[in-house]
Ligand binder design. Structure first.
Ligand code: HEM
Length: 159
């Protein structure tokens, strides 16, 4: 029961975070790129980030917490966990660290620039945020694929 709840929470948190980045990067960004004048675009992104990052904070807390429950219940601790879980754990913390940095440094500066209507600084900040989100999106897709790959390793010779 606890195991099932942990899997459900874990997968939902991954879907919300990675799916949100996918939508922001591959759908919203090209869609708003050419349409609105730059200040309007920056104000839109400030609103989008303000809402989306609340959900990302939830995912940043839920993924490791539910992951550690799964490691304890399914493998009796880290020593018994398979390689793909160690990779997921490591990549998960790289993603968390990148998000925490993004939130407290570039995003905070971006928000301040938008509030001050300093559009050149805001635009430069958005570029940094975009690069970090692109990196975390690639890591998130790879980590989700790794996480779901457990049942495949039995088919790999020596896996
Ligand atoms: C941060 C630390 C994390 C830990 C400790 C952790 C731990 C785990 C564990 C123990 C499992 C069960 C794997 C198995 O038995 O084969 C799992 C599954 C999974 N994890 Fe993670 N994980 C973490 C982060 C992430 C992240 C960041 C993502 C995605 C962005 C992710 C996506 C998944 C997915 C999609 C599954 C597959 C569930 C299933 O197939 O039933 N995990 N995780």
């Amino acid at each position: 029961m606890v195991n099932a709840a942990a899997v459900v929470l874990h997968v939902l948190a991954a879907v919300v975070w990675v799916g949100g980045m996918f939508f922001a990067y591959l759908v919203l960004r090209p869609a708003v790129g050419g349409i609105t004048p730059p200040p309007e675009r920056l104000k839109l992104w400030a609103r989008v980030f303000g809402r989306f990052f609340l959900w990302v904070w939830a995912a940043v807390a839920i993924l490791p917490a539910s992951g550690y429950v799964l490691i304890a219940l399914q493998y009796g601790g880290f020593a018994g966990a398979p390689v793909h879980v160690h990779w997921m754990h490591g990549l998960g913390w790289v993603m968390n660290a990148l998000f925490i940095y993004l939130f407290f440094a570039p995003y905070r500066a971006f928000r301040a620039a938008v509030e001050a209507q300093d559009w050149p600084t805001g635009g430069a900040g958005l570029t940094i945020i975009r690069r970090i989100v692109a990196t975390n999106l690639a890591l998130g897709l790879a980590t989700a694929a790794l996480g779901a790959s457990g049942r495949l390793w039995a088919w790999v010779p020596g896996g």
